[in-house]
Design a protein around this ligand. Structure first.
Ligand SMILES: [Zn+2]
Length: 247
């Protein structure tokens, strides 16, 4: 299966090149050659079919997570920018980047609400706030990080409160996927609502987006602030004000 993907991808880069007319014919030829003999094709094109990952590394993650596929993509980026993926300093880069993405994006397909596993019974409807939880996630538009803090406040209902570390875990799991700040803010608020069914939730995220700092408008140091209110905090401006003063 991995080999099959590799073959198709290896034949593909020609499709978008400037000489695409003659390249199209060439591509067909390369593709059929590759199908006949993937190993020979691979050695000609400079790629190795030997996986840089052992079997245990491929297991125990989301079923769609494919380290080998990511490594192949990184090799193609290296070629695309005019680098030599076989240069000594770059040899292990594709595998290293693939492992990095596994670490950064392990939350794909997971529900942050699942992190709120245990709840304690404590009759209170006083506000609970966990402030300035640091997070780093990846912007889905540019695949570069945005880094910041999350503050989560909720008003418990029916005695349902959770361990404070669980709230930090909700933020962490929401961060471990390709994100938009607006969506991440909403996901954290919705996770808190569904797991604890509180009177209300307020989430504020402050982050610096590297896609604004190092490229595009190049404005380092600017902060994007997003907030999401759920339950009574959607309507109750006084309560919202009270929480805002504590954040
Ligand atoms: Zn971006």
């Amino acid at each position: 299966m991995t080999t099959d993907y590799f073959v198709k991808q290896s034949a593909n880069p020609l499709a978008d090149s400037k000489e695409s007319q003659s390249a199209a014919a060439n591509e067909t030829r390369l593709y059929s050659e590759a199908k006949d003999s993937p190993t020979r094709f691979a050695s000609q094109s400079g790629f190795s079919l030997d996986s840089q990952f052992d079997a245990s590394e491929q297991l125990n993650f989301a079923p769609d997570f494919d380290l080998e596929k990511i490594a192949q993509g990184v090799r193609m980026i290296l070629e695309g920018v005019g680098e030599d993926p076989l240069r000594e300093g770059l040899l292990d880069t594709p595998a290293r980047v693939a492992r990095m993405y596994r670490e950064l994006l392990y939350g794909v397909g997971c529900d942050p609400a699942d992190e709120v596993t245990c709840t304690f019974n404590e009759e209170t409807d006083d506000i609970v706030i966990v402030k300035d939880i640091q997070f780093a996630t990846i912007c889905e538009h540019h695949m570069v990080p945005f880094i910041g803090t999350a503050s989560v406040a909720y008003i418990p209902k029916g005695g349902r409160i959770t361990g404070l570390s669980k709230i930090a875990r909700v933020v962490e799991l929401a961060a471990r996927r390709l994100q938009l700040q607006e969506r991440m803010t909403a996901q954290i608020a919705d996770a808190m609502m569904s797991a604890l069914k509180p009177h209300g939730v307020m989430v504020i995220l402050r982050a610096e987006h590297l896609c604004m700092s190092i490229r595009g408008v190049k404005k380092p140091g600017s902060t994007t602030v997003t907030s999401a209110n759920r339950g009574v905090l959607k309507e109750d401006a006084t309560r919202r004000q009270e929480i805002s003063q504590l954040l």
